[in-house]
Design a protein around this ligand. Structure first.
Ligand SMILES: Nc1ncnc2c1ncn2[C@@H]1O[C@H](COP(=O)(O)OP(=O)(O)O)[C@@H](O)[C@H]1O
Ligand SMILES: [Mg+2]
Length: 364
């Protein structure tokens, strides 16, 4: 099967006075599970429709395998789209809905039958070929849509919030299933969502979009643990943000003054830091740990203001002067953390991330 890499360069798309995409560039490797993540209205669907050939950009190029696809119809691009609403033919049964794209391609009937059977089994719909869409649950309908996209054996599939109509439990199951389906193929998936958990748990790589700008791109763990800006820090999870000032820079180590004292942190690569620069020290709640740092690390004393048991974890609110900080620690019967305690806490240098102050991150 042919494999296709996607190149997107400097895409701009305006709708009247709204700039939906403001110069977005990224590439997707063949077979990659690539996410576009961002809040509602940031331009994700517009980007996907441009890839599919359903929307024309004002400027910029989309190429598949180095070839500009501007003049190719959606059909010629061969990148089927899985929508958030199922868009199934209500009067056709599952088999005919799935086989539709193969009939269009003039594939012999017998072969269509075999291919549809095969894909229905792979998406967990064996024996349901005769049902009408209205006789299926939401999760099953979404499987039909996936089957319909995969059956034509494309090298790219575009998914637009495919799980957003499902309830929480089903969403988690289908998420795992999409991951499995992707691993079993060598198809590149471009997957759009506003749900950071979906992206973090499934993506090979992901792009974070804010207001039509691409503001972060990389592997999930990289972006989560080393966010390049405040938007990515906040959007990908919970973040404690401490007002800080750069005091010196030694290679990867950035020394900062924080309300908790002098700390050492690190940062996403590709940024430069100036002594005296006002920055933010970002620490994730789960990296804030009781006790003094065992080796190199940032230790601080703080008052335990509140403790909430959330089952596996304790949510702890800490305060020192005007600065508050959240810690998520594993709950242990033997080591209680109590309100009113003045205690030692620490966070490693690797988990202390220095980020720029900007409210609006600049586009990458
Ligand atoms: N056909 C359209 N006409 C006018 N405005 C549009 C159209 N499509 C999208 N927009 C606007 O472009 C922005 C991005 O929309 P969209 O790509 O659908 O965002 P997302 O999928 O991230 O929620 C929004 O402000 C939206 O209102
Ligand atoms: Mg959308």
């Amino acid at each position: 099967m042919s494999k296709t890499a996607i190149y997107v360069e400097q895409i701009v798309k305006r709708f009247d006075e709204v700039t939906a995409l403001n110069g977005v560039s990224f590439s997707v490797q063949p077979g990659e599970l690539f996410f576009l993540l961002g809040p509602s209205g940031c331009g994700k669907t517009t980007m996907l429709r441009i890839l599919a050939g359903l929307e024309t950009p004002d400027s910029g190029t989309v190429s598949f395998d180095g070839e500009d696809v501007a003049t190719r119809s959606p059909y010629q691009r061969g990148a089927p789209m899985v929508f958030q609403n199922y868009a199934l033919w209500p009067h056709l049964n599952v088999r005919d809905n799935v086989g539709f794209g193969l009939v269009e391609r003039r594939i012999p009937r017998r072969e269509i039958h075999a291919q549809v059977d095969d894909i229905l089994a792979r998406v967990g719909l064996k024996g349901m070929g005769q049902r009408l869409p209205g006789q299926l649950s939401g999760g099953q309908q979404q499987r039909v849509v996936l089957a319909r996209a995969l059956v034509v054996n494309p090298s790219i599939v575009l998914l637009d919030e495919p799980l957003s109509n499902l309830d929480a439990k089903l969403r988690a199951d289908m998420r795992a299933e999409i991951g499995r389906l992707h691993r079993e193929t060598d198809i590149a998936f471009v997957y759009v969502t506003h749900d950071q958990v979906e992206a973090l748990s499934l993506a090979d790589r992901m792009a974070v979009i804010s207001n039509g700008n691409l503001v972060g791109i990389g592997k999930p763990s990289e972006l989560y643990h080393r966010p390049p800006n405040r938007f990515c820090a906040d959007f990908l999870g919970r973040a404690n943000l401490l007002a800080a000032t750069v005091t010196s820079v030694e290679g990867e180590a950035i020394h900062i003054d924080t309300p908790f004292g002098p700390w050492v942190g690190c940062a996403a690569s590709g940024q430069t830091w100036r002594v005296g620069e006002t920055v933010l020290g970002m620490i994730r709640p789960e990296s804030v740990t009781p006790g003094i740092a065992p080796s190199r690390g940032n230790s601080f004393k703080a008052l335990v203001e509140n403790v909430q048991l959330a089952g596996a974890t304790l949510e702890v609110a800490l305060r020192e002067g005007n600065t508050s900080c959240h810690a998520t620690v594993l709950s242990r019967y033997a080591t209680p953390i109590t309100v009113g305690q003045q205690a030692d806490w620490h966070v490693s240098q690797e988990d202390t991330v220095v980020i720029k102050q900007d409210e609006e991150p600049s586009a990458l």
